[in-house]
Design a protein around this ligand. Structure first.
Ligand code: PHB
Length: 399
């Protein structure tokens, strides 16, 4: 589905409460000097990643409303488009936002393949792009670009410290299972990077096409291989289905299961199936800091929902944009100053403070988390200030 207001009904209901908030706050702050700042939100609002798109939109809108009156004086107009997590339509959709809707910035997206289409348009047109999730490494690697900034993670980044943790526990014989597309492949590669160096051995790499969730035969195969541990990459609706199937297959409690995003945004839906599962990520809803607790309270008040990692990434995208806009007093034509402000931004995030790498990817802490009750409790910091993969793969920006 396409168009300016391609929200699902559920999204509309969720966003309605804060839309009121925005229209009250932002216009009052506007200066006559500039026209409205047009933001294109290009996100999945249907399919397995729909909940991720909704959480990012909510987080983003919350950040804008919290910066009431201080977005460089620009009134905001948001144009939303459902990208359906479909890479084949991505470049056309991004181009439509730039050429037809004349957006100043694209905030998107979730799916790595779709992100590649946005990157193409960002590079061709120079439109500012803030990535609120997709971890595709090329975006801040071989295809890094002055106008593209990521407020989330690179695909291998959270998985990298986890590989060593698993091997160091003596779990040396591992099977991996992931969706067969950029994010799954790079996530598994990040895990293997430190796992193999720490003496681990991959018994088998199993794959399933995105967004399939027919896990049965793969679970049967895992049971017959009897690895010491399993590493998986799934997210959103697919993650919820996997957790339930893993439990139903009798593997829960038998084979230790590790992942990154598997337990985010799904804990209410899967109940006991996630209990005790350990994951590594750049956020944990159980992070017990005043900053995170205040964010959770504000989010719950606005949306009657608990935020997850995706909501945090949307929120941080809004904080980042605000920092850039304020630096140029809303004048995006001051391109150099805008980019310098984004490059030097320190984001006071619910996940903890983070900064941009030279390649425009967050340098951030990665937490080891464990599901206890309905929370991803933070057990330890798995990696402090991790810049991964090395920003040296980005050759197009000055050193
Ligand atoms: C991606 O496609 O880059 C992606 C999607 C969902 C996630 C993480 C990465 O949770």
């Amino acid at each position: 589905m396409n168009g300016m207001f391609s929200y699902t009904r559920r999204t509309l209901l969720r966003t309605a409460s804060i839309a009121g908030l925005l229209s009250i706050c932002l216009p009052r702050a506007s200066l006559a000097q500039f026209s409205k700042l047009k933001i294109g939100l290009m996100l999945p609002y249907t399919g397995t990643f729909a909940p991720l798109g909704v959480a990012i939109s909510n987080g983003f809108r919350l950040a804008l409303s919290e910066q009431d009156g201080n977005l460089g004086g620009r009134e905001i107009e948001i144009v939303s488009i459902d990208d359906e997590s479909d890479p084949a339509k991505a470049a056309d959709r991004a181009n439509q936002l730039v050429s037809r809707d004349k957006v100043d910035v694209i905030v998107g997206t979730v799916h790595s393949g779709v992100q590649m289409g946005i990157i193409k348009i960002a590079r061709d047109t120079g439109v500012l792009n803030i990535i609120p999730n997709a971890g595709v490494e090329a975006a801040t690697g071989v295809l890094c670009s002055g106008n593209v900034f990521r407020a989330s993670f690179s695909n291998g980044q959270p998985a990298f410290p986890l590989g060593k943790i698993v091997a160091d526990r003596g779990l040396k014989n591992v099977v991996t299972l992931a969706w067969k597309y950029g994010a799954g492949e790079e996530s598994v590669a990040g895990f293997k990077d430190s796992f193999l160096k720490a003496g681990g051995k991959i018994l088998k790499e199993l794959w399933i096409p995105f967004p399939n969730v027919e896990f049965q035969s793969l679970l049967t195969e895992i049971a017959s291989i009897k690895p010491q541990a399993v590493y998986v990459f799934f997210a959103g609706g697919g993650a919820a289905k996997f957790l339930k199937d893993w439990q139903a297959a009798g593997l829960k409690g038998k084979i230790p299961l590790f992942s990154t995003f598997l337990t985010d945004g799904v804990l209410e839906a899967v109940g006991d199936a996630a209990e005790g599962i350990e994951t590594a990520l750049h956020y944990g809803d159980g992070l017990d800091t005043p900053r995170n607790r205040a964010f959770q309270l504000a989010y719950a008040k606005a949306f009657k929902l608990q935020p997850d990692v995706y909501a945090v990434q949307g929120y941080d995208s809004g904080l980042l944009l605000g920092i850039g806009l304020r630096a140029v007093k809303g004048d995006l034509k001051q391109r150099k100053a805008l980019i310098a402000a984004l490059e030097n931004a320190e984001i006071d995030s619910p996940r903890g403070k983070w900064r941009m790498s030279r390649a425009h990817n967050p340098i951030q802490d990665i937490y080891l988390r464990k599901v206890i009750g309905r929370e991803n409790k933070v057990i330890s910091v798995a990696a402090k200030g991790l810049d991964y993969p090395s920003a040296l793969t980005c050759k197009l920006l000055p050193l």
